[in-house]
Design a protein around this ligand. Structure first.
Ligand SMILES: Cc1cc2nc3c(=O)[nH]c(=O)nc-3n(C[C@H](O)[C@H](O)[C@H](O)COP(=O)(O)O)c2cc1C
Length: 208
């Protein structure tokens, strides 16, 4: 089905979101940027999995899957794909998921290293976007959420991470639904707060 396009600014072409695009959560891709088995990011993912109505959930563990780093070679500029093929299967799932969950501990005010490295590997989507008059390479509109954990107070870092993701999402054809943050994991983790935030996100998804 051909999607309706809408112009939102001078020469930016984005694909329009229709209610029906999000009616069914057929499959979810979780991008897990945490390494601690019993960490608070994993706890949030467990909570989300228990509470979401979806049978097909894929978890991509960024720490376990070794992949190449983007080295800025510009191969993608001319070839519209990355010179590395190690993430081809990941990208297929990424393009076809209905909901993508980015989960990361807050490390030095930002994403954990493998998650940042993975976001850099989206570079071929960005070069396509600018080469084709700001048209998104991915035709399917998906939803995206961000789950984070911080040792101390993390709101400031969360807002920076949100900004980074929202920019990427605008090129990757993802609608930002919301974020959750488990604060003070070093001392008194606020589990109740973060579970409420995850429930709110899931409710928002249901209402779309
Ligand atoms: C390398 C590193 C950097 C960190 N940087 C921050 C930080 O900038 N701010 C903060 O509040 N906590 C920081 N922390 C603490 C983690 O955010 C905290 O332990 C969090 O619970 C980790 O997520 P996890 O429980 O899912 O492993 C850092 C921890 C590590 C190991």
């Amino acid at each position: 089905m051909k999607q309706k396009m809408v112009n939102i600014s001078a020469n930016t072409v984005v694909r329009n979101t229709k209610k029906s695009d999000f009616m069914k959560l057929g499959n979810i891709l979780i991008i897990d940027g945490s390494s601690r088995k019993n960490g608070f990011t994993k706890k949030q993912l467990e909570f989300l999995k228990e509470n979401v109505d979806c049978e097909n959930i894929t978890v991509y563990e960024a720490y376990k899957n070794k992949f190449e780093f983007c080295d800025g070679c510009n191969f993608c500029e001319a070839n519209e794909k990355c010179k590395f093929s190690d993430l081809d299967e990941f990208f297929e799932r990424f393009e076809n998921a209905d909901l993508i969950v980015f989960a990361s501990p807050i490390y030095n005010g930002s994403f954990s290293s493998p998650l940042k490295a993975l976001i850099d590997r989206f570079q071929f989507y960005y070069t396509y976007f600018y080469k084709h008059n700001k048209t998104q390479k991915i035709t399917k509109r998906r939803m995206g959420v961000l789950l984070t954990s911080s040792g101390r107070v993390g709101e400031k870092w969360l807002s920076i991470m949100e900004e980074q993701l929202k920019f990427a999402f605008s090129i990757l054809n993802i609608e930002f639904i919301g974020s959750a943050l488990c604060n003070f994991t070093d001392t008194t983790p606020d589990i109740e707060k973060v579970e409420k935030e995850i429930k709110n996100i899931l409710e928002r998804i249901e209402q779309l």
